[in-house]
Design a protein around this ligand. Sequence first.
Ligand code: NDP
Length: 272
Amino acid sequence: MSDHYCVLGNPVEHSKSPLIHQRFGEQTGQEIVYTAELAPLDGFVATWRAFCEGGGRGANVTVPFKEQAFALCDTLSERARRAGAVNTLINGQNGRVYGDNTDGVGLLRDLDAHHIPLKGVRILVLGAGGAVRGVLAPLLERGPREVVIINRTGAKAAALARDFADLGAVVGGGYDALEGPFDLVINGTSASLAGELPPLPEALFTPGGFAYDMMYAAEPTVFLRWAQDHGATPVDGLGMLVEQAAEAFFLWRRVRPDTGPVRALLRRALTG
Ligand code: NDP
């Protein structure tokens, strides 16, 4: 019988994870079934436990449950512990739950795929939510000159900067503290979901700078359109989605899928 995995979220019906993991399974000859499971907002843990009792082997976790997933784990990877959020669960031996966070490695692999330099550069990260928590440690480990975290609620960005200060030069605050230019600006806010643009100064990018939006859509987001108009090269978060999924697949199956064809498939599915 095939091993069963799922993505747990609310909402979850538009998730691309089932398509991605089914393709990974076909490509690597791994017999898996992967479904999208809607967890009630007050019933995340119960949904995960019921999934495990039915034989489920592991899950991806998406909005808004990554912190609850972190709390239910018996064992955490170092990167999940640092992030304070879990996006990959493994139903282990004797019902023990192992949690990891693959968002950071997913972003880094995508930045590498686009040949975006990180060492010695100045990076702006917009937002201070779960996604940003997951990517700060891997970004800082690449040795940027400075990472500046800016958030609508400035105190959250300042607190995040303090939490990660042992890993490198990182400062945080509100939009009034924002001073460019930056070689790379990563939008980790959910503003693009609402078609909104955070309040950004005109001189945001260095010449040849890059703009990365963790969100992806059929059309470029308002942030990426603005960035392109201001001289930056725009990249959306589709590659990050595929790469974080590949890392989760590896954790579950110990086989690394080839992400290139799945990126291309997803891009076609997105743009029709
Ligand atoms: P959270 O809800 O945890 O955090 C949202 C963040 O966005 C907060 O910092 C919030 O600020 C800020 N924000 C929301 N609306 C606005 C606005 N109008 N203007 C400025 N800032 C705003 O979300 P996540 O961190 O989980 O996700 C963030 C984004 O990243 C989402 O779009 C998500 O889809 C995407 N993502 C993509 C992944 C991928 O694989 N491509 C993986 C994970 C996430 P405040 O604190 O002030 O409320």
